[in-house]
Design a binder for this molecule. Structure first.
Ligand code: A3P
Length: 320
């Protein structure tokens, strides 16, 4: 089937280069590969469920507009911030999926695809992708774009992705936890193998302008990671202004993002995201896998993990 019939879940297909996808992504694959990145684009890449940190980066970007830019954007932002009594979060009136469009997302009409949204968006754009590095449209590398990769430990990712499959009515049927556990370990899930994903980006991180962050670090040391983002995005000056920093930290807390309609995806109807099954902002914790993994599953996971992760790959914390 085409998999994009209104309402239905998509099937999993063998996509490209051994990576599984949903059919809607494959439908515009050529166009996707020909996507024209611009030099001032910032790409945010993650394996699914590494966390909606795009909002944090977006805040950093907006702050920089306030401090560095001249011209209309600057004036609009400044006036708007002043008008809202200095409240940066008040400026974020646009859903995160519009602020950082999802590059390869290709939903059925009337919803626009990621490519369609991005082509009409003024610079500087913030772009979200779940693509493995080797399947990125080549223009991102050609244009030397900055890319922020966020990696999350495999066990929490697996659990989070399982619950996401239950509530996201566009993703393939996950089966029960046991079945999904198998699919995840063998890379038979949309966007493929977690192992290939995190190591693929890791290998490239020094060859391109890539900031490689860990979910666990962001959770534990948000100010530190936010500073790294500002440095990486050349927003050094913002670091000197500590008050907006506190506001960004607050704005991007789990509690706030869970409540914020611009970040909690409550704008999507229940036939796409059924949040009564599992909320999009579910728990946001490190180590939640312990509530899901059986002892046997954990042993099998550990064994395969050692085989699939090379010694020189990224090293993850499964708990804090
Ligand atoms: P859980 O399912 O473990 O709660 P993505 O945005 O890539 O789909 O990832 C979603 C996961 O990131 C969810 O994990 C979600 O709760 C978590 N997350 C999103 N924003 C967060 C935040 N501000 N703090 C902690 N976790 C967050």
């Amino acid at each position: 089937g085409q998999g994009t019939d209104a309402g239905g879940r998509e099937e999993l297909v063998d996509g490209v280069g051994g990576v599984c996808f949903v059919p809607s992504v494959m439908e515009r694959w050529r166009e996707l590969q020909e996507f024209q990145a611009r030099p001032d684009d910032t790409l945010i890449a993650t394996f699914p469920k590494a966390g909606e940190w795009s909002s944090m980066l977006n805040s950093a970007l907006i702050m920089s507009l306030c401090t560095f830019w001249t011209g209309t954007s600057w004036a609009i932002e400044m006036v708007d911030v002043v008008r809202r009594g200095g409240d940066i979060s008040g400026c974020l009136q646009i859903p995160s999926m519009m602020r950082a469009p999802f590059l390869e997302l290709n939903p059925p009409p009337p919803f626009p695809s990621g490519i369609d949204i991005l082509q009409n968006q003024p610079s500087p754009r913030l772009i979200k992708t779940h693509l493995p590095f080797h399947l990125l449209p080549p223009s991102f590398v050609d244009q030397n774009c900055k890319m922020v990769y966020v990696a999350r430990n495999a066990k929490d990712t697996a659990v989070s992705y399982f619950h996401f499959h239950r509530m996201n009515k566009k993703l393939p049927e996950p089966g029960d936890w046991n079945q999904f556990f198998d699919s995840f370990l063998t890379g038979q899930v949309a966007w493929g193998s977690w192992f290939d994903h995190v190591t693929g980006w890791w290998k490239e991180k020094n060859n391109h302008r890539i900031l490689y962050l860990f979910f666990e670090d962001i959770k534990e040391m948000r100010l530190h990671c936010l500073s790294l983002c500002c440095l990486f995005l050349s927003r050094l000056f913002s670091i000197l202004i500590t008050e907006p920093f506190d506001r960004i930290i607050e704005h991007t807390s789990f509690k706030n993002m869970k409540q914020n309609p611009m970040t909690n995806f409550s704008l999507l109807p229940a036939n796409i995201f059924d949040q009564s099954v599992s909320p999009f902002m579910r728990k946001g914790e490190v180590g939640d896998w312990k509530n899901m993994f059986t002892v046997a599953q954990n042993e099998r996971f550990e064994k395969e993990y050692r085989q699939l992760m090379s010694d020189r790959g990224p090293s993850f914390r499964m708990e804090l």
